[in-house]
Write a protein that binds this ligand. Structure first.
Ligand code: PGA
Length: 258
């Protein structure tokens, strides 16, 4: 069975004491989780500290970004090797805030993806269209462009180490969630791109997450759609109760499939 993911992206929220408090509370609430893979992506400053707390748990640690160089004169940046040294297993790449607020290009993201794989991190590559792109009928083209640029030249084995998050920019932090149909359509398109580049089997194996205003209230409905293999959660991932409830929705769904 495919292991669906429930990942929280805290963005620039929570200092170290707040992060530790969250993790201690969360671990208590996740005792009965069996099948869902839970990933926390705190700010860089909390990685080491909560990595130690998570060591004996099944919760995985992820970073929100990294640089593509190994080391050097890149003031303010963090390398893949540094992330590995603080227990990171995953790294989010190409989040829309990185693309739109910090001007990351498809080329930067591709270089980061290759470096993450070289250093044995598992990338969660984010793709998604803006409202304007959707309204002008360019959603599929944008997804294709972002997908192709990121995964160009990858081997099957490297692709297997990646997950993809479809995050329509208009749904991020807005309270407007994609309908299950809108998400499914985008996910199907992404799966076809994988099938064309690699194989149908690999396309089925890959985990494609949905992100954008996921909340306890909409998680059950979204996860029930065939194409959605988990969530990347922003705002609702900042509160223990709401994130635990989303994890539970993912886990309930998986258990019902057994
Ligand atoms: P949101 O953010 O859940 O607050 O919409 C999602 C994300 O940016 O990954």
């Amino acid at each position: 069975m495919k292991r669906y993911i429930a990942a929280a992206n805290w963005k620039m929220n929570k200092d170290v004491p707040e992060s530790r408090e969250f993790v201690k509370e969360l671990l208590k609430k996740l005792l009965n989780i069996k099948d869902a893979e839970v990933i926390l992506c705190p700010p860089f400053t909390s990685l080491f500290s909560i990595g130690e707390l998570l060591k004996k748990s099944k919760v995985r640690l992820g970073a929100q970004n990294m640089h593509f160089a190994d080391s050097g004169a890149f003031t303010g940046e963090i390398s893949a090797g540094m992330l590995k040294s603080v227990y990171c297993e995953y790294v989010i790449l190409g989040h829309s805030e990185r693309r739109h607020v910090f001007g990351e290009t498809d080329e930067d993201i591709h270089k980061k993806l290759l470096k993450a794989l070289e250093k044995e991190l598992k990338p969660i590559l984010c793709v998604g269209e803006t409202l304007e792109e959707r309204q002008s009928g360019r959603t599929i083209d944008v997804l294709k462009q972002q997908y192709r640029a990121a995964f160009d030249g990858l081997s099957d084995n490297d692709m297997r180490r990646c997950a993809i998050a479809y995050e329509p920019v208009w749904a991020i932090g807005t309270g407007v969630v994609a309908t299950p149909e809108q998400a499914s359509e985008a996910h199907r398109e992404i799966r076809q791109l994988i099938a064309r580049q690699f194989s149908g089997d690999l396309a089925q194996e890959m985990r494609i997450l949905y992100g954008g205003s996921v909340k306890p209230e909409n998680a059950d409905e979204l996860i029930a759609t065939d194409e959605i293999d988990g969530f990347l959660v922003g705002g609702a991932g900042l509160k223990v109760d709401s994130f635990a409830s989303i994890v539970q929705s993912v886990d309930n769904y998986l258990q019902a499939q057994e």
